[in-house]
Design a protein around this ligand. Structure first.
Ligand SMILES: Nc1ncnc2c1ncn2[C@@H]1O[C@H](COP(=O)(O)OP(=O)(O)O)[C@@H](O)[C@H]1O
Ligand SMILES: [Mg+2]
Length: 461
């Protein structure tokens, strides 16, 4: 059964399962089954009439079937009620643009970008600002491109990096030699061991590997809930083997100018090859696959093909080049990426268990004025917390203590009580992820892809 078929079957059997209906609706949209998508979102709205994502989904389905003006009306109602929803503004912008209402579309796009969680849409941006637009292309903040000297901003803006870019500050930061290693990471022992086996030992003992008929190379894909150390351990891997580290968010590769994305990607691989041994780290790889079925369908496909060719070493030798990817949404990843020689080792990065939390807490407390830390008992009281959630406890406690210190003119130690108090006010962020993951694991577990997730949840296969 294809993923869509399994979801259809599951959705039919469990009409009241909202997350499942949402997944099914989304999958239908991806496969251009607009009528079915509409049915799924309407089903959700029957159960919960204000469900914002379902309302957006329904509007998207309407747009797919040519009922764009109805989609606009519905989203205008939604943003009037919930002006904080960046995704609603973004889709409204797309539909307005499709209706030829460029100025209104621009205003909505800018609203969406300004909101938390607002993501740029290069293809839409191109339509809004470039094609026959009033602004000069140089005004639209281009993405920059990779050259042999590094990553350069577009010529027009002369500044390096992405600071003026709507792509956010998390772009390509050049070549880095991270000064952290596995000791700076609490827990994650199974992941560390896999990375040693797949990346570190082969690099250190290439002959030994060949003697067993094994080929070094290929990539490792890390997936799991946000904030559990995927990005961190990737940087630490580079530190561990003293390799260069090149990190790139996929959104930074998608260029405003069609056809430039492939070139950017190629240049990035070349830059990494020139600086081998190097780790090329693709953060949020799912963006690549998700974009493919979007408006940018055909452009996305060539980019994926370019990516695969570079990974396969068809373009140039990848000796000394290690490829890591990370994603919170493995279900969006094109299966072609999982073939041998590509991301052929897929690792689930779970939230830290109690012992790992204790280790992370100890690491986080280092260098801070914490008095009488009891890492064990804090770990016991932070079930389901991610590493990022634990970090948030310390960040907040530090802020509070600093505010006091400013008033008193002296250091005010952070106590165990402070930490426990703050912990109570922070909600663990990993559960939402497991709600989605569980549905994929139960209903679309092709090739046992999600067995680790099921095992973690204590569900028998
Ligand atoms: N195992 C860990 N050990 C120490 N710190 C951690 C760990 N996991 C997460 N953190 C903290 O949480 C932050 C976010 O982690 P990150 O690697 O960005 O998560 P992900 O990439 O999985 O979303 C890190 O910068 C670090 O401060
Ligand atoms: Mg990350």
């Amino acid at each position: 059964m294809s993923q869509l078929e399994s979801l259809r079957e599951a959705a039919r059997v469990s009409p009241d399962n909202i997350p499942l209906q949402m997944l099914f609706g989304e999958a239908c949209l991806n496969e251009f089954a607009a009528d079915e998508a509409m049915g799924a979102f309407q089903q959700v709205l029957k159960l919960n009439p204000s469900h914002p994502e379902a309302r957006i989904g329904l509007a998207r389905a309407l747009h797919h079937t040519g009922r764009t003006s109805e989609a606009v009306v519905r989203l205008e109602a939604l943003v009037a009620e919930r002006p904080e929803l960046s995704a609603a503004w973004l889709h409204l912008s797309r539909f307005l643009m499709a209706e030829g209402l460029r100025d209104q579309a621009k205003a909505c796009y800018e609203k969406s970008l300004a909101l938390p969680g607002g993501l740029p849409d290069p293809a839409l941006e191109q339509e809004l600002y470039l094609r026959g637009g009033t602004e000069k292309p140089s005004d639209s903040k281009g993405l920059g491109r990779v050259t042999s000297e590094g990553w350069e901003a577009p010529i027009a803006t002369e500044e390096r990096g992405f600071s003026g870019s709507p792509m956010g500050a998390d772009g390509f930061d050049g070549i880095e030699q991270p000064d952290l290693n596995f000791d700076d990471i609490g827990g994650m022992e199974p992941v560390k061991e896999e990375i040693r086996m797949k990346i570190i030992y082969p690099l250190k003992n290439p002959d030994l590997f060949r003697a067993y008929g094994k080929k070094a190379g290929g990539g490792v894909l890390l997936y799991g809930p946000p904030g559990c150390g995927k990005t961190l351990i990737s940087r630490a891997t580079a530190g561990e083997i003293e390799a260069n580290f090149l990190s790139i968010g996929i959104h930074q590769i998608l260029d405003l100018y069609i056809g430039e994305s492939e070139k950017n990607l190629h240049k990035l691989f070349e830059l990494a090859r020139d600086n081998a041994p190097a780790i090329l780290f693709f953060d949020e790889v799912d963006a690549l696959a998700a974009d493919r079925r979007d408006l940018r369908k055909s452009a996305g496909r060539t980019l994926i093909n370019q990516f695969l060719a570079e990974m396969d070493g068809n373009v140039a030798s990848n000796d000394g080049l290690l490829i890591l990817g990370a994603t919170n949404a493995p279900w969006h990843i094109d299966p072609a990426f999982r073939r041998p020689g590509r991301f052929d080792r897929i690792l689930f990065v779970p939230p830290p268990d109690e012992e790992a939390r204790e280790a992370i807490i100890t690491i986080l407390a280092k260098g801070k004025p914490v008095s009488q830390l009891d890492a064990r008992s804090l770990a016991q009281k932070t079930r389901n917390f991610s590493g990022a959630d634990l970090k948030a406890i310390f960040d907040t406690a530090v802020e509070r203590s600093l505010a006091q210190a400013m008033k008193q003119g002296q250091v005010v130690p952070i106590t165990q009580r402070d930490l426990l108090d703050v912990a109570k006010s922070i909600r663990s962020s990993t559960q939402a992820w497991f709600e989605s993951a569980k549905n994929y694991a139960l209903y679309s577990n092709q090739g046992g892809f999600y067995n680790d997730v099921l095992a973690f949840l204590g569900i028998k296969k």
